[in-house]
Design a protein around this ligand. Structure first.
Ligand code: NAD
Length: 274
């Protein structure tokens, strides 16, 4: 039996041999998509895929340098596609206003990917500073971007919002109380945004990743919570790649997800199904 923290190389167990991203040319042609957390990990994979599928991407992140690297890496984009980098903090209202201003009047879709882990503090240990920082980025940032784009989408009578929750947003987790609470709150924000605008053409869904091989530290299974872990789960717990998550997120960002609203889509290779 595998040790609790043992995970296979990212994506290796679920993927068919030779899996590559199936780009859908032109899927986002003529559309503007705001992606936060776009400088690395899942957000970078989403920004890159939307641009390669013809979209105009407003790529927001704290790290302007890394956004520059993304733009440089995407040299051969189709006609009309573009990546507009905006360095900014999603938890800062003035920065959020700049990000949305860079998008212009028409905003077809928003991916709220920016997020931070916490230091695994239990509730009796958590500091005010950590609690506030994690909630400000993961929850408030998601709310601020949503609040800013909805008026544009109401005017257009169409829009898609995709939030990134987590396995830790679906059930109790030992990944840290601030992170877990913030991701549960993102699920609640997603559902109520979906209900509020259901008749206005705006659809809001969330993706709940399991472990993904990115810059963010991924806790081992033991930290995620021994009570819910069964031995056979070890076999489906290899980390996903950022590109696998981008495949799920871009589906939700596109018109193809037309009948999904308020869905919390577990993109975890089956982990949460056990
Ligand atoms: P990552 O650290 O590689 O990327 C996160 C990006 O967000 C970074 O580029 C960072 O600079 C940016 N960012 C952080 N705070 C910001 C802020 N205040 N304003 C603007 N940008 C900010 O991590 P990742 O794994 O790609 O995480 C993306 C999302 O996926 C997060 O919301 C995370 O909670 C979620 N998630 C990740 C995993 C995982 O295993 N990696 C699992 C579940 C959920």
């Amino acid at each position: 039996e595998a040790a609790p923290d043992e995970v296979a190389e990212a994506g290796t167990e679920r993927r068919p041999a030779g899996w590559i991203e199936q780009i859908t040319p032109g899927r986002f042609a003529g559309q503007t998509v705001v992606v936060t957390g776009a400088a690395s990990g899942i957000g970078r994979a989403v920004a890159s895929r939307v641009a390669r599928e013809g979209g105009r991407v407003v790529a927001a992140d704290l790290s302007g340098d890394k956004l520059g690297e993304l733009v440089a890496a995407l040299a051969d984009l189709p006609a009309g596609a573009e990546v507009v980098p905006v360095a900014g903090d999603v938890s800062d209202q003035a920065d959020v206003a700049r990000i949305v201003l860079a998008a212009g009047d028409r905003i077809d879709a928003l991916a709220n990917v920016a997020g931070i882990m916490d230091d695994m503090s239990a509730v009796h240990e958590v500091s005010d500073a950590l609690w506030e920082r994690v909630l400000r980025v993961n929850l408030e940032g998601t709310m601020r971007l949503t609040r800013a784009v909805v008026p544009h989408m109401l005017e257009a009578k169409e829009g898609r919002i995709v939030n990134v929750a987590s396995e830790a947003g679906l059930r109790g987790s030992a990944a840290g109380v601030a992170y877990t609470a913030s991701k549960h709150a993102v699920v609640g924000l997603t559902r109520s945004t979906a209900v509020m605008y259901a008749k206005s053409g705006i659809r809001t869904n969330a993706v709940a990743p399991g472990g993904v091989a990115t810059g963010i530290p991924v806790p081992g299974q033991a930290e995620f919570g021994a009570p819910v872990l069964r031995p056979h789960q070890v076999n489906i717990l290899s980390l996903a790649t950022a590109e696998e998550l981008a495949a799920s997120i871009t589906f939700l960002l596109s018109r193809d997800s037309v009948n999904l609203n308020g869905a919390i889509v577990a993109s975890d290779g089956g982990w949460s199904a056990v």
